[in-house]
Ligand binder design. Structure first.
Ligand code: ADP
Ligand code: MG
Length: 349
């Protein structure tokens, strides 16, 4: 089901949780809403779900205006961060619940319910634990049941709010790969909220980056990572160095060093260059941006250098594979060659 939101906004008293926002989610896509805490992700998800009334704008499910429809009328499958399973019902009955409480006219017969729930439990690899109560499950198992329960109603869209947020790091990684496989097998249109950029970049077909109640950038994971549209997105999507300088005659000048400019460089004037630690090479002191090594450490097969640039408040971090053969000691004069970077005019936020 294609979903479109048009000019949708939401305030809570003095807080604008969502400025008027447009977003189109094509059928079958797996979309991540990514942003820091308080950026409006949950609000947007709940507005799509029908769990919150909009202040303005429209929510369309296919050609149908769903703005005033409830969650149930929209047939949304929703998974909450904190396992919202019914504690007194078995795994099987939790998944069957949405089917059993349908109005008689659309309720499947008992045999169909048994078959459908059985198929879903197999899909989420919970068949053997079908008679357990939620208390007897791990966090990851509970979220798998919650997902099966959301899928049981044959939803038009699956919405997940930080579904792995309460799990430990290793289980999170396993479950997100597993969610990707389930999505590829079932093809449900899916929107999930996360504040974890790695989770969004690895799992989603498309990443919608939010900040301060607005969509800051919307694109394929590779695109938002490689071509962040704003300083915020650059900084949020991974580690970043920021070098303050000037754009002049087609070059970026910082202290005594200079670097050729990217095509997306802004007009002449004060600007900040953003570069990721692994997009910087160490070259001879007579090339690139002149720097002095201040710290060297190794970390899990990586060589991490910190180097200070004249006139910069913060050192630049360089992340090289230990196999690069590079060696450096504190006090060495080096040049920094920036393989990839973005320059944003100061004043653009
Ligand atoms: P996120 O999910 O990205 O952390 P939310 O959508 O939950 O962000 O919140 C966005 C903003 O709206 C925050 O400033 C939050 O404090 C505020 N907010 C959310 N829900 C409510 C509410 N029910 N009442 C008052 N303020 C709220
Ligand atoms: Mg939230």
């Amino acid at each position: 089901m294609d979903i479109r939101i048009e000019g949708v906004s939401k305030r809570f008293e003095a807080t604008t949780a969502l400025h008027p926002t447009d977003l189109a989610i094509p059928s079958g896509q797996l979309v991540a809403l990514l942003g820091p805490s308080g950026s409006g992700k949950t609000t947007l998800l709940r507005l799509i779900a029908g769990l919150l009334p909009v202040d303005g704008g429209r929510v369309l499910f296919g050609d149908r205006d769903a703005t005033r429809l409830s969650l149930r009328e929209r047939r949304v499958g929703f998974v909450f961060q904190h396992y919202a399973l019914f504690p007194h019902l078995s795994v099987f009955e939790n998944v069957a619940f949405g089917l059993r409480c349908r109005p008689r006219a659309t309720r499947p017969d008992a045999a169909t319910i048994t078959r459908r729930v059985g198929d879903l439990l197999a899909l989420v690899q919970m068949s053997e634990l079908r008679d357990r109560l939620p208390d007897q499950l791990s966090g990851g198992q509970k979220q798998r049941v919650a997902l099966a329960r959301a899928m049981a109603i044959e939803p038009t869209v699956l919405l997940l709010d930080e579904p792995f947020g309460a799990l430990d790091a290793r289980v999170r990684v396993e479950l997100r790969r597993w969610l990707r496989r389930i999505h590829d097998e079932t093809g449900f249109t899916t929107v999930f909220v996360t504040h974890d950029q790695e989770e969004a970049l690895e799992l989603a077909d498309r990443v919608v980056v939010m900040n301060g109640g607005r969509i800051e950038q919307d694109g394929a994971p590779d695109q938002v990572y490689a071509e962040p549209a704003t300083p915020f997105v650059f900084d949020f999507l991974g580690r970043s160095n920021q070098i303050r300088g000037q754009v002049q005659d087609g070059e970026f000048l910082a202290g005594e060093g200079r670097a050729p400019l990217s095509v997306l460089a802004p007009a002449t004037g004060a600007a900040t260059l953003f570069a990721r630690p692994h997009d910087i090479d160490v070259v001879g002191a007579d090339q690139g941006l002149a720097a002095t090594v201040t710290e060297v450490r190794t970390l899990a097969g990586r060589l991490i250098l910190e180097a200070s640039l004249a006139g910069q408040a913060r050192p630049v971090e360089v992340d090289l594979p230990a196999t690069s053969g590079a060696t450096a000691r504190p006090g060495d004069q080096i040049g920094l060659n920036l393989r990839r970077y973005r320059v944003f005019s100061d004043g653009v936020t």
